[in-house]
Write a protein that binds this ligand. Structure first.
Ligand code: PMP
Length: 299
């Protein structure tokens, strides 16, 4: 955690290290809750409406009442960003079922707990960002959509963490999770794209991918640039034989992939990746104002 991380909790802003929750909160006891990771640039939350839409859908899907309306949420987010020491950063907005008795039945819980942390978050070193990440395909599979719908951004990340532990043990940067049928789902906290010929390919959410907001931006930008995009099932073969591969996510932004399971991509960073990276930077600037002259913080 960054020294100056702050937290909005119950209408109050305080240093994140001093923000505490009950040990009886079901978000902690059972992972019963949802979240959004949101970047802000130039003190503007990027694609805030899309994040709040997804949060509200996640809440409905798990029958959780968010204790604030949209305007109050926006106000809390705006206050948190205004109080953070730097103009660019990362917000983690979490809503849990709240405090309740032991036992997973949510009926005795509530009201929901809501907090927002503002911090710095950089998933990769500069060298990985420039030279590309090395990936493995994890043995741990993504939870099946008929167990937990991948469109719900829930607090249940344990199998993603197990996949990341596999990557750590293998000495690489990140892991790809396959779904129960052995097709590609996503990274541990990123969506995945490959380029084959002139076409951008990514698995549809039903294959086990979160409906990522960065993913959506990349699809929009590719289509604007005349790059054909296909949301189609992908096998490990499609990763091993790709011309280019890259990861997208709010925390990750865009990360080129150098090799997967020891098979190098034809290009890294590839032409299509580089052109989409430029277009993404322009999109961020268009929607949030000019990016501060100082280099983006990398703590
Ligand atoms: N997949 C998973 C499992 C994630 O946790 C994230 C990050 N929230 C993503 C994909 C990327 O989504 P987004 O671009 O909305 O951050």
């Amino acid at each position: 955690m960054h020294r100056h991380a702050i937290c909005w909790l119950n209408g109050e802003l305080l240093p994140a290290a001093q923000a505490t929750l009950s040990v009886l909160d079901h978000g902690l006891l059972y992972g019963d809750g949802i979240f959004e990771g949101i970047r802000f640039y130039n003190r503007h939350a990027f694609r805030l409406d899309a994040h709040l839409d997804r949060l509200e859908l996640s809440a409905r899907a798990i029958a959780l009442q968010i204790p604030y309306g949209r305007d109050a949420l926006i106000e809390a987010i705006t206050r948190t960003i205004a109080a953070f020491e730097e103009p660019d950063g990362y917000l983690r907005l979490v809503v849990t079922r709240g405090v309740g008795p032991m036992g997973l039945d949510p009926r005795g819980c509530g009201p929901a707990t809501l907090f927002i942390v503002a911090d710095q978050l950089s998933l990769t070193s500069r060298s990985v960002g420039e030279e590309g990440a090395r990936l493995i395909i994890a043995a741990t599979r993504r939870l099946p959509p008929n167990g937990l719908d991948p469109r719900i951004e829930s607090l249940n990340y344990l199998n993603h963490i197990l996949a990341r532990i596999e990557a750590n043990h293998a000495g690489v940067d990140e892991a790809v999770l396959l779904n129960g049928e052995g097709r590609v789902a996503e990274g541990t906290a990123e969506n995945l794209f490959v380029v084959r010929g002139d076409t951008l390919l990514t698995p549809p959410t039903i294959e086990g991918a979160l409906d990522g907001i960065t993913r959506q931006c990349i699809i929009e930008l590719a289509l604007e640039a005349g790059i054909p995009v296909s949301e189609c099932p992908l096998a490990p073969y499609d990763l091993y034989t790709a011309d280019e591969c890259f990861l997208t996510g709010t925390a990750a932004e865009l990360i080129p992939v150098r090799d997967i399971g020891g098979r190098p991509m034809t290009q890294c960073p590839g032409q299509i990746f580089l052109s989409l990276q430029d277009r993404f930077a322009e999109l961020v600037e268009r929607e949030t104002g000019p990016i501060a002259a100082e280099p983006r913080a990398n703590h």
